[in-house]
Ligand binder design. Structure first.
Ligand code: HEM
Length: 417
């Protein structure tokens, strides 16, 4: 597939526009000239608004009465039946959203995640050591993919031997527009057969079966793992029904893996392009900001959608009740009004005012402390062991206007002596 050239005017409804990486020139122009932008959809969709400046993104994200998640959170138009069949708590508004979120928060809190640091470090050392035995390696496959997968498996209590399969299914869900991840491409073929499955994907059927086996006790999971706790707690509180649990399981397998993977991959890419960053990491003064800066630069979940529940003015535009409104976190994170020299990687930048985790909204990422911790630990291990990386070729990127990720990153490492 040949990536289209970003001349600042690309169609952001088209996945091909993202196949060569984020079309930053287009978002830069939109922020400057038309920050609340209307995009028609040519495949029968209703069209959507794009919020490209951080201030507008925060304003909409903080106002879920007007900008609701309860009619879908991706561009796709769903019938009520499809929405009800596929939704998780991410596709609900308060007060409904609060019930599930409250049940899940403790396990993913900053304090809970701090207790995982030793386990994450052990895994990270092992992963990096294995990769460094190879003369050349794919930074995504050998490093970036491994830590989130193994860590989530441990936390949830899933069998190690199932993790590669689970992650490949999660990738097929989220990568439902990329031929490297999915055979059934949602924008290329008729997917009505899977319209009640997560991401309209056949992988959803397989993950549903797996989740069902867990619920029926046919698939052994760690009795001390989080999934067991959630199931027990859910039995007591009846927060999720059977379908709700299956959808939640799919969400965790997908969201808990690829986003962190792509943030790590972006960090590796930046470190390879600029070895001075590795040296700076070694000096040790940027640990508390470096992970967030790489996550800002990566912004793997490029947008989530809301739906206007009433007519509202924004940036001089009239958004009508029922219109789809996309919060482009990836654009807000390059907003020149907020970030000085936004395309530069500055490890000491206090980047916690980025919006990559959907900050400012009730749906702010459940796994953000885990993702930050994984990045931080891995960066420490890499800085300790690697003098510099050679970038053997430019990375390849996901074909998706939803998730931006490095798919392949061929590297050679020079070890520290
Ligand atoms: C760098 C890594 C990550 C990024 C950039 C990221 C991004 C996001 C964003 C932007 C949202 C907000 C969605 C919205 O506004 O509708 C979100 C929500 C969520 N994330 Fe993450 N995520 C990351 C890692 C993780 C991990 C590791 C997990 C699980 C272990 C996770 C699980 C979730 C869940 C369950 C939600 C829904 C929360 C809710 O609706 O209340 N994420 N994430």
């Amino acid at each position: 597939m040949t990536a289209v050239v970003d001349d600042g005017n690309l169609d952001i409804s088209n996945h091909d526009s993202f196949a060569g990486g984020v079309p930053h020139k287009t978002f830069e122009r939109l922020r400057r000239e038309d920050p609340v932008h209307w995009t028609p959809e040519h495949d029968g969709g209703r069209g959507f608004w794009s919020l490209t400046r951080r201030a507008d993104i925060l304003a909409a994200n903080g106002n879920n009465k007007v900008f609701s998640s309860a009619q879908g959170i991706r561009i796709e138009d769903q019938s009520h039946e499809e929405y009800m069949a596929r939704r998780t708590f991410q596709e609900t508004d308060p007060p409904e959203h609060r019930l599930t979120r409250k049940m899940l928060n403790p396990a993913f809190s900053k304090v809970a995640v701090a207790s995982y640091e030793e386990m994450i470090t052990e895994l990270a050392v092992d992963i990096v050591d294995k990769a460094l035995t190879l003369d050349e390696f794919d930074g995504v496959e050998q490093i970036a993919k491994q830590l989130p997968m193994l860590m989530l498996g441990r936390i949830l209590g899933l069998p190690r031997e199932d993790l590669d399969w689970l992650v490949s299914k999660g990738d097929a869900l989220i990568g439902n527009t990329d031929p490297d991840f999915a055979q059934v491409l949602v924008d290329k073929v008729d997917t009505s057969e899977y319209r009640l499955m997560p991401f309209r994907s056949p992988a959803g059927v397989e993950l549903y079966d797996y989740a069902e086996a867990i619920m029926k006790g046919e698939k052994a999971i760690d009795p001390d793992g989080l999934l067991r706790k959630i199931l027990d707690q859910n039995e007591a509180d009846a927060v999720m029904d059977e379908r709700g649990f299956k959808n939640f399981f799919c969400l965790l397998v997908a969201a808990g893996n690829d986003t962190t993977r792509y943030s790590i991959a972006m960090a590796l890419y930046q470190l390879a392009k600029n070895p001075a960053l590795l040296a700076q990491l070694r000096e040790g003064e940027v640990w508390n900001t470096a992970a967030d800066e790489f996550i800002r630069v990566a912004s793997p979940t490029m947008h989530f959608r809301r739906t206007a529940t009433e007519d509202v003015e924004m940036g001089g535009k009239h958004i009508k009740k029922g219109d789809k409104v996309l919060l482009w976190f990836v654009s807000g994170n390059r907003d020149e009004e907020v970030f000085e020299d936004p395309f530069a990687v500055k490890l000491d930048r206090v980047a916690t005012n980025h919006v990559a985790f959907g900050q400012g909204g009730v749906h702010v990422c459940l796994g953000m402390w885990l993702a930050r911790m994984e990045l931080k630990v891995l960066l420490k291990v890499l800085a300790d062991k690697v003098e510099k990386f050679d970038l053997l070729s430019e990375p390849t990127w996901t074909r998706s206007n939803f998730i931006c990720g490095v798919k392949k990153l061929p590297l050679r490492a020079h070890l520290r002596t």
